[in-house]
Design a protein around this ligand. Structure first.
Ligand code: ATP
Ligand code: MG
Length: 297
């Protein structure tokens, strides 16, 4: 008996011309094998151009599987993913989608290929067949945006871990993607390296309008996002601004996650009667309300 071949599904046109949209996305690894794992179970998600979205969730909740759907490293088993109106199931759109969505992973060593910083950034650009002057200009710009101009002639192995990750990001930024997906890009870095990389990404988002999907285990990093998406068991279980999401501390803990330290401190101060906002996520706002209360304002 031959297995039934599923009918190809029509490509829907009900999609925004701009932004990333996931609707009813399921993904099953190893379908039909004894190792079958359904990693995504009906994910709906919208990412506007220029938006900074943080994705958090316990190990195995499906974050990386979502990330890989955004630049066609994976395709939905069911449902659809559109990038600026292009469907990832459309073979003719694949290259255009990959140019729009840059990916950065945990380990920069896997993304660095050049013998010097400059050569590394040039690599992807040369593959695009761009003229030499354009390549030069894009290298200058990417190194400047990531604050590593002074390392231009260094071999990558001489860089610190944070500098290496910034180099990997520069290589992607030079390709001028509209969106960038960073899957635990700070996981292997020390606190200084983490701050370095996050600061660069926040600046690229705010000043250059780069859309960012920032996957992280560090709740402190998620407070910089416009939207925080919480995943559990292959589904989006919470979404909202950092204030809306982290205010629901009990629910966050039930999902085996932490709320940011500042939010915990704010809750502790409120319990002791200080008028600290219940949705505080930044240290400065907590300090200011404590000072106001101490000075009797
Ligand atoms: N290539 C694969 N083959 C089979 N199963 C996989 C594969 N990649 C992931 N999975 C499974 O899919 C589920 C979701 O994994 P995914 O890597 O997307 O989670 P995650 O949220 O990124 O986890 P982590 O926080 O550990 O990075 C898990 O059960 C995982 O074991
Ligand atoms: Mg992961």
């Amino acid at each position: 008996m031959t297995a039934a071949v599923p009918e190809p599904r029509p490509l829907s046109r009900q999609v925004p011309a701009e932004g990333i949209r996931l609707r009813g996305v399921f993904h099953t690894y190893g379908r039909g094998t004894p190792h079958e794992v359904t990693a995504l179970r009906g994910v709906d998600l919208d990412i506007a151009p220029g938006q900074f979205v943080a994705v958090v969730g316990h190990n195995g909740s499906g974050k990386s599987t979502v990330a890989k759907h955004l630049n066609v490293l994976l395709q939905p088993t069911e449902g659809d993913v559109w990038v600026d109106g292009l469907n990832t199931r459309d073979p003719a759109a694949r290259m255009a989608i990959r140019r729009r969505v840059g990916m950065v992973f945990q380990n920069p060593d896997n993304q660095i290929v050049g013998i010097t910083v400059e050569h590394d950034v040039a690599f992807g650009l040369e593959n695009l067949g761009l003229p030499v002057e354009v390549i030069e200009q894009r290298i200058d710009e990417a190194l400047r945006l990531l604050g590593i101009e002074h390392l231009r002639h260094e071999p990558p192995h001489r860089l610190s871990a944070g500098q290496k990750q910034r180099l990997a990001i520069a290589g992607v930024v030079a390709m001028r993607p509209r969106y960038m997906v960073l899957d635990e890009a700070t996981a292997l870095l020390d606190p200084a390296g983490r701050a370095e990389v996050l600061d660069c990404i926040v600046r690229l988002n705010r000043e250059e309008g780069l859309g960012v999907v920032w996957i992280t285990h560090f709740m402190e990093e998620a407070v910089h996002a416009d939207q925080v998406v919480v995943m559990e068991g292959g589904q989006v279980v919470m979404a909202g601004t950092p204030r809306q999401v982290f205010q629901q501390a009990e629910e966050i803990r039930r999902l085996r996650l932490d709320v940011p330290l500042v939010t915990r401190i704010a809750a502790g101060l409120r319990e002791r009667g200080l008028p600290v906002p219940a949705d505080a996520v930044f240290l400065e706002e907590v300090v200011q309300s404590v000072c106001r209360s101490a000075s009797g304002d």
